[in-house]
Design a protein around this ligand. Structure first.
Ligand code: GLA
Length: 335
């Protein structure tokens, strides 16, 4: 077999944060940056990524974190009945890492796409996203939902992917008319991201047990949450109202969409408590720029990136205006 290569984009989530592991709704879009993976025949498994060379076998997980994502994909393919021969794998990525734009999902999806074309596996884009998620959960130790892998596998830049994470029903929709997005890095490292993320998941599960529902998706009004203790009430209220915001966004024009993003940020800050003071400042500075309809943190939170919905043609000026006044060290990622 001769070498094959494939690429996959990172994603930015516009609305629907911390809803995917609650069987809820999400609204991501693809970013222009991609990860590219090339695979070719080799006597044993060799990975070249991030300037490092890692040799491994399918019997034992490699130590290095980025190698675990690739290893996980190969193991999940094998477990699904697709035979994986020894390979030389080369990874190059433009997707910013560690800021909440799913560089790991882009790596997983690009790896699986490259393998699909190399070995001719019959694997549709949804199944591919599911294998990518399983790779991350089982082999990279992150209990993520399905949003990032579905977005990397199925979203397009400049369009929104509406996804019901329970049924995997989805629709690709245009952005609100006359808009474009700006994505900025707050410069704050997501140090609590994995412990905080797992803690939020556990709190949602606790709320479900107390409410007697399968998932918070099944709660439609906040009145039903009144019996919960305060902390769980706030966590659950974020999820319930965030799902409603995603559904409202499907019909929204640009100003309304912006209001929904602002409300999402407030809810993530006050009820879900995954923002930081620096992120709040950057989001505030973005909102104050001409042409900005709304802004919010994006991804799991605890630092990382934020996204603004802007009038088309104003994204760069808005991003630069916000960064010039920001007291931290941010940077422009997409405009
Ligand atoms: C991370 C996870 C996703 C999702 C978001 C929060 O990106 O990988 O599955 O839960 O956080 O919305």
């Amino acid at each position: 077999m001769s070498a094959s290569s494939a690429s996959a984009p990172g994603r930015v989530n516009l609305l629907g944060e911390h809803t995917d592991y609650n069987d809820g709704f999400v609204l991501p879009t693809a970013i222009p940056q991609h990860t590219r993976v090339e695979v070719g025949p080799a006597p044993r498994f060799v990975l070249h990524a991030l300037g490092r060379k890692t040799e491994f076998s399918l019997e034992r997980a490699p130590e290095e974190q980025s190698a675990k994502y690739v290893y996980g994909c190969l193991r999940e393919l094998q477990a699904a009945g697709f035979p994986v021969p020894p390979l030389e794998i080369r990874v190059e990525s433009e997707v910013p890492m560690g800021v909440g734009l799913s560089s790991s999902a882009a790596l997983e999806v690009a790896t699986l796409r490259a393998l699909r074309s190399y070995a001719g596996f019959e694997l549709d884009d949804v199944k591919l996203a599911q294998l990518a998620q399983a790779a991350e959960v089982r082999h990279a130790g992150v209990r993520c939902g399905i949003m990032d892998q579905m977005a990397s596998s199925l979203a397009e830049p400049g369009r929104m992917l509406f996804l019901d994470t329970r049924t995997l029903e989805r629709r690709v929709l245009p952005m609100p008319e006359g808009t474009a997005i700006a994505v900025l890095d707050s410069g704050i490292t997501r140090s609590l991201a994995s412990s905080g993320y797992n803690e939020r998941r556990a709190q949602c599960e606790d709320a479900c047990r107390r409410l007697g529902v399968k998932a918070l998706r099944d709660v439609t009004g906040v009145e039903a949450l009144e019996e919960l203790p305060d902390l769980l009430l706030r966590r659950a209220r974020h999820v319930v109202t965030e799902n409603a915001r995603v559904l409202a966004a499907l019909e929204a024009d640009a100003p309304r969409f912006g209001e929904l993003m602002d409300a999402s940020h407030r809810s993530l800050r006050e009820d879900y408590e995954v923002s930081t003071p620096e992120m709040d400042e950057l989001v505030q500075r973005l909102r104050a720029q001409p042409g900005v309809f709304g802004a919010r943190l994006t991804g799991a939170g605890f630092g990382g990136a934020c996204v603004a919905l802007c009038r088309a043609g104003t994204t760069r000026a808005a991003a630069e205006g916000a960064l010039a006044r920001y007291s931290g060290r941010g940077r422009l990622l997409v405009a």
